[in-house]
Write a protein that binds this ligand. Structure first.
Ligand code: ACO
Length: 327
């Protein structure tokens, strides 16, 4: 059976840069602390008029152009996000309208930082089953809108951006999405959450006063679980395909913390020159980080035909996911 494959990629980052020095003026922090603990030097912030679908649109148009596919030829659009324009309609439906992709079904995927790989797994299944020809998978976030700018433990971490992948059938069985794996443990959902605004705790004066519409994270605990989980996730993904870390030409991890990325690469024996990193320039952009890093690697010629590329993510839910690609 022919595999599904990523045919083209695109990405978009908002123009406004927020540096660590800028943050020093807002909260009690320092460039030294942020750089040493996270690897982040700056992040991008969406303009006031830019919402999730606006970022997604620019990334999507670039992916469609690179793939030579018209919006009207899309069968399915998924936007992986925790910051959609609105709960209803979904960001994917807004994007479908903006693209004029009137034949495409559209829905959002909420799996926090693992969202892009979760959506990629849906695309993979729909394409392999023959139900879809062209699927657009977008990771897009405007995390600056759910960031508490008075909380130094989170506001230094997040940024805005979007990445997109056009997924279709591979021409033969030699390349494509070899495996895609998705996992969750809802028992640890409290570690990373936006408490209010849903049906559990609807928006009220109290929720606003108590900053409950912002992202809260138990960073240190999440950090330890992430490092432990990611090493076995990658090992299992490779073993299932009879590969070892030395076969991987490009490792594209979710960009939550440079220390997590380095620790995972080191435990696996993958040298850092084979690891895609954008966290220094973009911060943690949740579901957008992997497709943005992948697009950068593709456009700079870092990924070549026949290369094995490994994607992995860990995030809120808790969720984690991996995808092994042969380019
Ligand atoms: N500036 C200066 N000091 C700070 C800052 C800051 N911005 N933030 C926290 N501190 C202080 C704390 O108050 C604490 O001080 P104390 O020792 O006096 O109490 C000290 O620094 C250490 O705090 P920790 O939280 O233990 O710092 P840690 O080294 O764990 O780094 C971080 C925090 C960067 C959040 C890290 O834990 C992390 O990256 N966690 C994992 C994140 C992750 O993987 N999330 C999942 C994906 S994200 C998603 O799904 C949206």
């Amino acid at each position: 059976m022919p595999l599904a494959r990523i045919k083209a990629t695109g990405s978009y980052v908002p123009r406004k840069r927020l540096t660590n020095l800028d943050l020093e003026k807002i909260v009690d922090t320092s460039d030294e602390w942020i750089t040493a603990r996270t690897g982040i030097k700056e992040r991008r912030i969406a303009a006031p008029a830019e919402a999730c679908s606006d970022l997604a649109l620019k990334a999507a148009r670039r992916a469609l152009k690179a793939g030579g596919v018209k919006a009207l030829d899309l069968d399915l659009i998924m936007v992986a996000t925790v910051t959609p324009d609105t709960f209803v309609p979904s960001a994917a439906c807004v994007l479908q309208s903006k693209l004029g992709a009137s034949k495409a079904a559209a829905f959002d995927v909420n799996a926090a930082c693992s969202g892009f790989i979760y959506a990629l797994s849906v695309a993979d299944s729909f394409i392999k089953s023959g139900r879809c020809g062209n699927v657009l998978v977008v990771g897009a976030e405007v995390l600056s809108r759910v960031t508490n700018w008075q909380d130094r433990s989170t506001c230094v971490l997040f940024g805005d951006g979007a990445g997109a992948a056009l997924v279709g059938q591979a021409p033969d069985e030699t390349g494509g999405i070899i495996s895609v794996n998705i996992y969750a443990d809802g028992n640890m959902g409290d570690l990373l959450m936006i408490p209010a605004g849903g049906s559990r705790m609807p928006a009220s004066q109290d929720t606003l006063k108590n900053n409950l519409h912002y992202l809260q994270m138990s960073g240190n605990e999440t950090f330890k679980i992430a490092v432990k989980t990611l090493e076995s996730l990658v090992r299992n993904t490779l073993e299932a395909s009879g590969l070892t870390p030395s076969d991987i030409s490009l490792f594209v991890p979710h960009q939550a913390n440079l220390r997590i990325i380095r620790a995972t690469a080191e435990r696996l024996g993958i040298p850092m020159d084979r690891v895609a990193v954008n966290i220094d320039r973009l911060g943690n952009t949740s579901a957008a980080s992997i497709p943005m890093a992948l697009d950068e690697a593709v456009r700079s010629g870092r990924v070549k035909s026949g290369d094995y590329v490994l994607l992995e993510a860990f995030g809120g839910g808790l969720t984690w996911a991996s995808a092994l690609l042969r380019w």
